[in-house]
Design a protein around this ligand. Structure first.
Ligand code: NAD
Ligand code: UFG
Length: 338
């Protein structure tokens, strides 16, 4: 299949590009590089041993988005592009709504115009809002607690409504906590500025870029008092996209379907710190500070639907997640060049 990968230079998109090629598909990347470096592209080409067609523009430019799809004979789109920082989304909500919804509108219109009928969408466990049900199955009601989360809930609803017309097949993939890197250590997560998420922060402490981790609260109702999350290796996540794409192609009667991509297991912050220290051989100093507003105690997926329907299951361990993150971080202490 020829697949347009929006946000293909970003963290999850870049890993998915590699797996698409390995599965015999042809990815074409569009990325504005608002949160990625163009230097990921030559690294991807080196990994896959061939050139990648890529375009640098903002997908909200409807004419450019339409022009790419017009040229391509595309079978499908995987839509990763979006802004994703929860805290920032409360500071600049309009930018989040405009970017995340605007990219989706431009894509859907271009797909309709050029007869591209399949879309795999990056959703998030954030659409389960403040639910305390664990594990979390797909049929839980959706909601959100911040503008970023609302953009995902809204995009899911827009995609459901479009799929209901019968013109488009949509896979809504709800990721839990993506971590890790390609085992080569040449591509990985490269957050700009201070990392918001746990794993890149730990990795930057281990490599000496930051002094210590702040652990946001140790008085949660969990075994060691720190929150439990469902960390999933980005390589497993990437494989889930290939599985979803192939599912849509094989099931033309599926209009829209949600799938959780998680492991089904919760790991605490302190367990992650210990696993990273063991995997890297480096200390990760930390201090316990106040809770971060909005954090839930326990979040993990019920991944049975994805296993039953997509034949997909996460297989990589916390140890592999830490080892691969460390390989990437230690070889690229400052992230991608340029
Ligand atoms: P990322 O920021 O590394 O990748 C997103 C890419 O999209 C970036 O390269 C960015 O430059 C590009 N982009 C953003 N707006 C664009 C626009 N208007 N036009 C063109 N390109 C644009 O993020 P990621 O971690 O790879 O996440 C990919 C998707 O998965 C996002 O939609 C995100 O919300 C979702 N998601 C991520 C996580 C996570 O923890 N990483 C969890 C759940 C869902
Ligand atoms: N944490 C720390 N210190 C840090 C960073 C995080 O203690 O410096 C803790 C958090 O309190 C939380 C855990 O580590 O308990 C994981 O935090 P992350 O920020 O890595 O991940 P979240 O589960 O908070 O957020 C993730 C995605 C969001 C998504 C959300 C909802 O990053 O995009 O899951 O499922 F919205």
């Amino acid at each position: 299949m020829r697949v347009l990968v929006t946000g293909g230079a970003g963290y999850i998109g870049s890993h998915t590009v590699v797996q698409l090629v390995a599965a015999g598909h042809t990815p074409v990347v569009v990325d504005s590089h608002v949160n990625s470096r163009p230097s990921v592209l030559p690294r991807l080409e080196e990994l896959i041993g061939t050139t990648i067609e890529s375009h640098a523009f903002d997908l909200r430019d409807a004419d450019k988005t339409s022009a790419v799809l017009a040229e391509g004979c595309f079978d499908a789109v995987i839509h990763f592009a979006g802004l994703k920082a929860v805290g920032e989304s409360s500071q600049i909500p309009l930018e989040y709504y405009d970017n995340n919804l605007g990219t989706t509108f431009a894509l859907l219109r271009a797909m309709e115009r050029h007869g591209v009928r399949q879309l795999v969408f990056s959703s998030s466990a954030t659409v389960y809002g403040e639910t305390t049900t664990v594990p979390m199955p797909e049929h839980l009601p959706t909601g959100a607690t911040n503008p970023y989360g609302w953009t995902k809930v809204m995009q899911e609803q827009i995609l459901r409504d479009v799929a209901a017309t019968g013109t488009t097949q949509v896979a809504l993939l709800r990721y839990f906590n993506p971590v890790g890197a390609h085992p080569s250590g040449t591509i990985g997560e490269d957050p700009q500025g201070i990392p918001n998420n746990l794993m890149p922060f730990i990795a930057q402490v281990a490599v000496g870029r930051r002094e210590r981790l702040q652990v946001f609260g140790d008085d949660y109702p969990t075994p060691d008092g720190t929150p439990l999350r469902d960390y999933i290796h980005v390589e497993d996540l990437a494989a889930g996209h290939v599985a979803a794409l192939e599912y849509l192609a094989a099931h033309p009667d599926t209009h829209v379907r949600e799938w959780n991509l998680g492991t089904g297991t919760g790991t605490s912050v302190l367990e992650m710190v210990a696993a990273f220290e063991a995997g890297s051989g480096r200390p990760v100093p930390y201090e316990v500070v106040d809770r971060r507003p909005g954090d839930l105690a326990t979040v993990y997926a019920d991944p049975t639907r994805a296993e039953a329907e997509l034949g997909w299951r996460a297989t990589r361990t916390i140890e592999q997640m830490c080892a691969d993150t460390w390989r990437w971080q230690s070889a690229n202490p400052q992230g991608y060049p340029g």
